[in-house]
Design a protein around this ligand. Structure first.
Ligand code: RP5
Length: 166
């Protein structure tokens, strides 16, 4: 697994079983050249590790955390409660999930004061894009790469529209 020496984004997940979903965040960050680290931190099975990770993330240079979890998904919210840096939550439709709603609501319905930016179910790619957009507010080169990416999205849609219209 790719790990960068000075990561700016921390991608964490409750279980290795979340990796097939969370890989999309890593792939997008690789695509736009944002250094990241990726690991497993379980809120329920390794609470001390979660506490240490969240408490030390900022001082290690992490600017944004992407946290994915399924079922009773406390990881994103608990990490957000332990750090001042932005946390993006990815609800994962895991094997122990009831259609993903448990994870969506656990991550989305945070109390006032402790926000988690919640993306759609299994939408780790959007979490990667959002993390890059946050970092791009202080990085002109990254901003330009994101503008190019969105331009490409638009051109692809217009191309399919032209093809469909004949
Ligand atoms: C959550 O429970 C994890 O984030 C994962 O989505 C789910 C199932 O974990 P495993 O039983 O596959 O390790 O805590």
């Amino acid at each position: 697994m790719t790990q960068h020496s000075s990561p700016k984004v921390g991608i964490i997940m409750g279980s290795k079983s979340d990796l097939p979903v969370m890989q999309d965040a890593a792939d997008f960050l690789t695509f736009v050249g944002v250094p990241f680290e990726i690991t497993v931190v379980s809120a329920h099975r390794t609470p001390d590790r979660m506490f240490t990770y969240a408490r030390q993330a900022s001082e290690r240079g992490i600017k944004v955390v992407i946290a994915g979890a399924g079922g009773a998904a406390h990881l994103p919210g608990m990490v957000a409660s332990l750090t001042h840096i932005p946390v993006i939550g990815v609800p994962v439709k895991s094997s122990n999930s009831i259609d993903g709603w448990d994870s969506i609501l656990s991550i989305l319905q945070m109390p006032n004061g402790i926000p988690v930016a919640t993306v759609a179910l299994n939408a780790a790619k959007n979490a990667g894009i959002l993390a890059a957009q946050i970092l791009a507010t202080a990085d002109e080169d990254l901003t330009n790469r994101l503008i190019s990416y969105k331009q490409e999205l638009m051109e692809n849609v217009l191309k399919t529209a032209t093809e469909l219209e004949g």
